[in-house]
Design a protein around this ligand. Structure first.
Ligand code: NAP
Length: 246
């Protein structure tokens, strides 16, 4: 159980982040539901948690903005006095082949997916260090582990997240803070619903288990890494991908 724990989940108004927020709250954590553009959806997540007897609030912050993340962390720590679980889930795609990749699309993906996680860890790290306990979980991707044609920006950001995870895991290990990554495979959300039916079918053919994953399956992996069962696990990448990256 996560009773009494304070959790922050970035990009939690929709998709995988939403499911993670609902799951952590269902296991007793008080959840800060971060969002950027999806204010009404994030508010609805907080209300759904409250309706089930849990505690949550929605707070806006663009994770790609260093100063905004600093203000966000200050606001959270002033109210809750601590942070136990930080899930860096916010992410975007701007796919294109390398020859046509624009600098703006490259920068936006790196700024959100990689620097966003850096900003949050940076601004919450003092608190984690002082507490001498905590869990940081970064949502990477199989694209960051194996690469993916048409996603050089996204794959670089997700591989970068793995390097960030391992380095911060080493820095915080002696203070009893575990830092791990989850690398989802192909999961049914808005991000993947953009694909054509043909492309989805082709992709399923590359998954040993032959099917797309669910947000619940990612949230269950995050729940494990957020709880006491993972106390001796740090710097790891847990692929939740139906066997794509074995
Ligand atoms: P999604 O449905 O497109 O949702 C993306 C989330 O990221 C939204 O909640 C969005 O919030 C948030 N976000 C984007 N930019 C943000 C910013 N600047 N500041 C704060 N939040 C921001 O995507 P998803 O499929 O749930 O993906 C969640 C994570 O899993 C991402 O990191 C993604 O790369 C990773 N992942 C997904 C898959 C998959 O197959 N779906 C596979 C591997 C990895 P707003 O709507 O409020 O802006």
């Amino acid at each position: 159980m996560l009773t009494g724990k304070i959790a922050v989940v970035t990009g939690a108004g929709r998709g995988i982040g939403r499911e993670i927020a609902l799951t952590l709250a269902a296991h007793g954590a008080t959840v800060v539901v971060n969002y950027n553009g999806s204010g009404a959806a994030a508010q609805a997540v907080a209300e759904e948690i409250a309706a089930k007897g849990g505690k949550a609030e929605a707070i806006r912050c663009d994770v790609s903005d260093f100063a905004a993340c600093e203000a966000f962390a200050k606001q959270v720590l002033e109210k809750y006095k601590r942070i136990d679980i930080l899930v860096n889930n916010a992410g975007v795609t701007r796919d294109n082949i390398i020859m046509r990749m624009t600098e703006a699309d490259y920068d936006q993906v790196l700024d959100t997916n990689l620097k966003g996680a850096f900003h949050m860890i940076r601004h919450f790290s003092r608190s984690f260090l002082k507490q001498k306990s905590g869990k940081i979980i970064n949502i990477s991707s199989v694209s960051g582990v194996a690469g993916n044609a048409g996603q050089s920006n996204y794959s670089a950001s997700k591989a970068g997240l793995i390097g960030l995870t391992k380095s911060v895991a080493r820095e915080l290990a002696s203070r009893n803070v575990q830092v791990n990554a989850v690398a989802p495979g192909f999961i049914d959300t808005d991000m993947t619903r953009k694909m054509t039916e043909e492309a989805r079918e082709k992709l399923c053919g590359q998954i040993p288990m032959g099917k797309i994953g669910t947000t619940r399956q990612i949230a269950d992996a995050v729940l494990f890494l957020a709880g006491g069962g993972s106390d001796y696990i740090t710097g790891q990448v847990l692929c939740v991908d139906g066997g794509m990256c074995m």
